[in-house]
Write a protein that binds this ligand. Structure first.
Ligand code: PAP
Length: 359
């Protein structure tokens, strides 16, 4: 996550705020990779909480140990970072903070791109040839909180100028209370996806990145029995759903399938939610369409920032290219039997019963 030479100058306003160490609301968010020099901060994985982690239940997820912390499964290699993030008070909220939350493979990359482009549009118009999303992967614009805590680089968040956009795959209850609590000023945008498609997307992603092979049956079983990464998935979804139902001005609940059907409407909702609705002049000027176009799957896949390279996720490395596959609803039918689909649907129906949410 270094501010690599050749990627352009750091955003001027953001760089000034970072230099002065001031907390002030800028015109728009600054891409994380432009704002901070991660390589200048030595990785210092947390040494605390070892006793907490070693006492947690453990299971192997195809060769990778996973721990269950507060009811949710996380990679053993991330567990200290997750505990540090949850308990440590290392994330000091600021006015204007936005956190993008999701289970992996729910449309996170797309949401990062849409939220960044919408919030940054005054400083970085979507048509600009040097727009950060043309030269950086969306995950380089929006840092994943738990990986920063896992490598002990969470202090970089202090260098990120306001307004900050951050992302997480953790459930709401594992975010620091200052972020997750009902009185927090942090705005949270959650994106949820059909679990059958999310499962297939995860399975492909692991294969594309040569992660320890996981048969489709094993991957399916782990989602169904609640032991996949960040699962049980129903509890993950329900926590954000309940918070959104309780206070829709604090937690926006999006559905991947709805965004696919009508990205412009989802983008308008998102912009209103973060307090930056599109003006009439912007609507007439086609800014909504420009952002939707910039953030589309084909556009992002073709941008120079995504042509090669990989994102570092602590002990794992994921190719940028592997984040962009089909981007459709219903691909599960090409991989799962109708019976497998129905079984997972019925588990989800049962777990979500009474919540008012149907997937
Ligand atoms: P992450 O959790 O590792 O960040 P995430 O972006 O949530 O991954 O999921 C990747 C999925 O989103 C892929 O779905 P698929 O495997 O079913 O195809 C990917 O294709 C899809 N995706 C990525 N970018 C976009 C986009 N701009 N529009 C629509 N779908 C997208």
């Amino acid at each position: 996550m270094a501010n690599t030479a050749g990627l352009g100058e750091p955003h001027a306003a953001g760089a000034a705020a970072a230099r002065d160490g001031q907390v002030q609301v800028q015109q728009g968010p600054v891409a994380f990779k432009d704002a901070v020099d991660a390589d200048a901060v030595p990785a210092r994985p947390p040494t605390a909480h070892g006793d907490v982690v070693s006492a947690l239940p453990v299971r192997l997820y195809h060769g990778q140990p996973m721990r269950r912390y507060q009811g949710f499964w996380v990679f053993d290699s991330w567990a200290r970072g997750v505990v540090a993030m949850h308990r440590g008070g290392g994330l000091v909220p600021r006015a204007g903070d936005v956190v993008l939350a999701s289970l992996p493979k729910s449309g996170t990359t797309w949401l990062c791109a849409l939220a960044f482009a919408a919030m940054a549009r005054r400083a970085c118009p979507p048509a600009s040839p040097d727009h950060p999303l043309r030269r950086l992967n969306p995950h380089d614009c929006v840092p994943l909180l738990e990986t920063l805590f896992t490598v002990g680089r969470d202090t970089l968040l202090d260098q990120l100028p306001s307004p900050r956009i951050m992302s997480t795959h953790m459930p709401l209850s594992l975010l620091p209370a200052t972020v997750a609590g009902g009185n927090s000023s942090t705005k949270i945008i959650y994106i949820c996806r059909d679990q059958k498609d999310r499962l297939i997307s995860t399975w492909h992603f692991r294969r594309r990145n040569d992660l320890p092979d996981l048969s489709l049956q094993e991957a399916y079983d782990a989602v169904c029995d609640g032991t996949c990464f960040a699962g049980p998935v129903w509890d993950h979804i329900l926590e954000y759903w309940a918070a959104s139902s309780a206070d829709p001005s604090r937690v926006l609940f999006l559905r991947y399938e709805q965004v696919l059907r009508d990205p412009a409407s989802a983008l308008r909702r998102l912009a209103r939610f973060v307090g930056r609705p599109f003006s009439e002049a912007e609507e007439e000027g086609g800014v909504v369409g420009e952002i939707v176009g910039l953030c589309s799957l084909d556009s992002l896949r073709g941008q120079r920032g995504n042509a090669g390279g990989a994102m570092q996720a602590t002990l794992m490395e994921f190719s940028h290219e592997s984040l962009f596959r089909k981007g459709v609803a219903g691909d599960w039918r090409n991989h799962l039997s109708a019976e497998m689909g129905e079984r997972l649907d019925s588990i989800m129906r049962e777990k979500l019963a009474g919540s008012g949410l149907t997937l």
